[in-house]
Each structure stands twice: as structure tokens, then as C-alpha cells.
Design a protein around this ligand. Structure first.
Ligand SMILES: Nc1ncnc2c1ncn2[C@@H]1O[C@H](COP(=O)(O)OP(=O)(O)OP(=O)(O)O)[C@@H](O)[C@H]1O
Length: 311
């Protein structure tokens, strides 16, 4: 988790609206603007359905954006690109999924699953190099070379996620979107996978967008956190700052849902419910910087109130 201030991604006014039925539009992502710095882990949290996965998928261009821009190292990912330019982006940006079993082809040996990207991008010259590269990747993620000839069903959930990580790493990416990568795993295995991701980040200078629905594990892995509610970011801050100074009532509600290790605190803790009707409606809320690096969706009047709450 070494964070620079150099931007790897600039997401500007990103929108993803889905047509649902004839007259209904789902605004899954509705105007997101934020940067992701080189070498950091940016945690994106919010409850199910708020648009986290759609954000990840739109950034990586699995979907074309309805509106807005994604700049990767200054280049517009969503601009008109020819095939070879798209291939270059596809290699630099990889994705790890929540359910590694569903994302691995059950009829493909681990060797071929991991080597798929190597083949597509022409990164190995012959079978021998291909095999060696896959074996090295298996070792990098804590598996061993004998695993290369097995099928996904022969592995545990944690091992399958390691295979998913090896597949993403094969093409030597700069940026990985991890979409709830540990939510489907046993609690005992979750920390192992997160620790592996942190180790790989240190060793390979990776940048992560780490998507999760609760704030507990995200705090541990993220440098900065964005809190998402119905397609919009409501708060964004350094991880420590967000826990010290949660200002938006929705962030406070998410935080109040995390069980805490301190028994005294835990006994007195109350779950805060978020009531979206509690906001000032005298003007449209905007994403405003309340102190350097700490952003909140609010009106000017609310901003003054939040300032008084700052610790
Ligand atoms: N391809 C699609 N077509 C139509 N609607 C979609 C599509 N993908 C997502 N949605 C809708 O967009 C909204 C956001 O979904 P999304 O999966 O991004 O949320 P999420 O925060 O990642 O939730 P979860 O944690 O459950 O995956 C939801 O209302 C969902 O039903």
C-alpha cells in the first residue's frame, strides 16, 4: 500500500444507465468523478445494488459508458480505439471476480486458464516458456506447479481465487479491479487472500480498485475509500480519515453495522439507519471537498453543518 499522488485513472462524470422495460431507466452509475492513484488500493463500498460492479465493469469497458470519461495514464479508455489499442488496455486492466468458480471454465485445465491471456497477447514464444510462466505464476500465488494439470472443481474456494489472481497477473497488468474477491470465501480464508493481494501489490507495484459491500475488510486493505449510494459517491476520504470523521449519514450507517472488537464499545453500539429524506433540499447536492482529500455529497448549507462535526 504505497500511495503516490500520481494519477493512474481519472474517472470523470461517469454514467451507466440501463434501459429496463420500455419506460424505465436504471441509473446504475450516475455521475462519478474520482481519481485512483498509482500503487494505491481504492476501496469502493456500498450496499448491494448501488452500482459498484457496474462501475468496475464500465471502467474496464466491459460496458460502454452512457456518458463521461475514463482516462488511464492520461489516455481515454472510452475514446474510439482500434483493436490493437483496445488490446493494450485489456492487458493493463484486469479483473478478479467474486465467485472464482463461476469465472473459471470448468472444462479447462488450470494451465490453459492461466495461459489464455499469454496466448491472446502473444507473450510466450513456445510451449516450454508457456508452461514455465504458468508454473511461476502458480508459485507466486501460493499454489504449486502440479496444480497446472488439474481442473477447477479439484480446488477449494480460496485456491480457486488464487487461480483467478494468477490469471489476472499473467499479462502483467498495472491495474486490477477486484469485485468482492473475498465475499464468497470462508472468513478464515478471507485474510489469506487479502494478504496475498497486498503482497503482490508491494512486489509488483499494482493499483487496485477493491469493491466490497461492507466497510470491515475494506479498511484493512484500502488507502482511500469511496462510499457509494444509488449510483453516486456520497463520501470519499483516506481510509483513516473516513473512520475518524464519517460525515455523511449513509457512511455513518454503514460504519455502525461493523462489529467492533472492543466489547465495551460493542455493548453500547447502535445501528444507525439511513434516511435519505433527511437532507436539505434547497439546492442540488454537489460533491464538495470539506478538507483536503475528504469529499462529501452535500448542499452548501449541509457543508457548514458537516464542518462543525469535523474532529
Ligand atoms: N446489465 C444490466 N442491465 C440492466 N440493469 C442492470 C444491469 N447490470 C446492473 N443493473 C442494475 O444496476 C443496478 C446496480 O447494479 P450493480 O450490480 O452494479 O450493483 P452492486 O452495487 O455491484 O450490487 P451487488 O453487490 O449486488 O453486485 C442494480 O439496480 C441492477 O439491477
Amino acid at each position: 500500500m504505497s500511495q503516490s499522488q500520481e494519477k493512474l485513472l481519472e474517472i470523470k462524470g461517469l454514467k451507466q444507465h440501463f434501459q429496463s422495460g420500455r419506460n424505465n431507466v436504471v441509473k446504475a452509475v450516475d455521475g462519478l468523478t474520482f481519481d485512483i492513484y498509482k500503487g494505491e488500493t481504492f476501496g469502493l463500498v456500498g450496499e448491494s445494488g448501488c452500482g459498484k460492479s457496474t462501475t468496475g465493469r464500465t471502467i474496464i469497458r466491459l460496458y460502454d459508458a452512457t456518458d463521461g470519461e475514463v482516462l488511464f495514464d492520461g489516455e481515454n479508455v472510452h475514446g474510439k480505439k482500434n483493436k490493437s489499442e483496445m488490446k493494450k488496455f485489456n492487458r493493463k486492466m484486469q479483473m478478479i471476480f467474486q465467485d472464482p468458480y463461476a469465472s473459471l471454465n470448468p472444462r479447462m485445465k488450470v494451465m490453459d486458464t492461466i495461459a489464455e491471456g499469454l496466448d491472446i497477447h502473444g507473450l510466450v514464444k513456445d510451449q516450454k516458456e508457456r508452461q514455465k510462466k504458468v508454473e511461476d505464476l502458480l508459485e507466486t500465488v501460493g499454489l504449486n506447479k502440479e496444480h497446472a494439470n488439474r481442473y477447477p472443481h479439484e480446488f477449494s474456494g480460496g485456491q480457486r481465487q488464487r487461480i483467478g489472481i494468477a490469471r489476472a497477473l499473467a499479462v502483467d497488468p498495472d491495474f486490477i479491479i477486484a469485485d468482492e474477491p473475498i465475499s464468497a470465501l470462508d472468513v478464515s480464508i478471507q485474510a489469506q487472500v487479502v494478504n496475498l493481494m497486498r503482497k503482490l501489490q508491494r512486489e509488483q507495484g499494482l493499483t487496485y480498485l477493491f469493491i466490497a459491500h461492507d466497510l470491515s475488510m475494506v479498511k484493512y486493505i484500502s488507502d482511500r475509500i469511496g462510499v457509494m449510494y444509488f449510483g453516486k459517491l456520497v463520501e470519499l476520504a483516506d481510509s483513516d480519515e473516513l473512520y475518524k470523521n464519517p460525515l455523511h449519514p449513509y457512511t455513518q450507517s454503514l460504519l455502525s453495522a461493523i462489529p467492533l472488537p472492543d466489547p465495551d464499545y460493542e455493548r453500547n453500539r447502535q445501528r444507525k439507519n439511513y434516511d435519505p429524506t433527511q437532507h436539505d433540499t434547497s439546492e442540488e447536492p454537489e460533491f464538495r471537498e470539506i478538507k483536503p482529500g475528504h469529499w462529501i455529497l452535500c448542499t452548501t448549507k449541509e457543508l457548514e453543518q458537516y464542518k462543525k462535526q469535523l474532529k
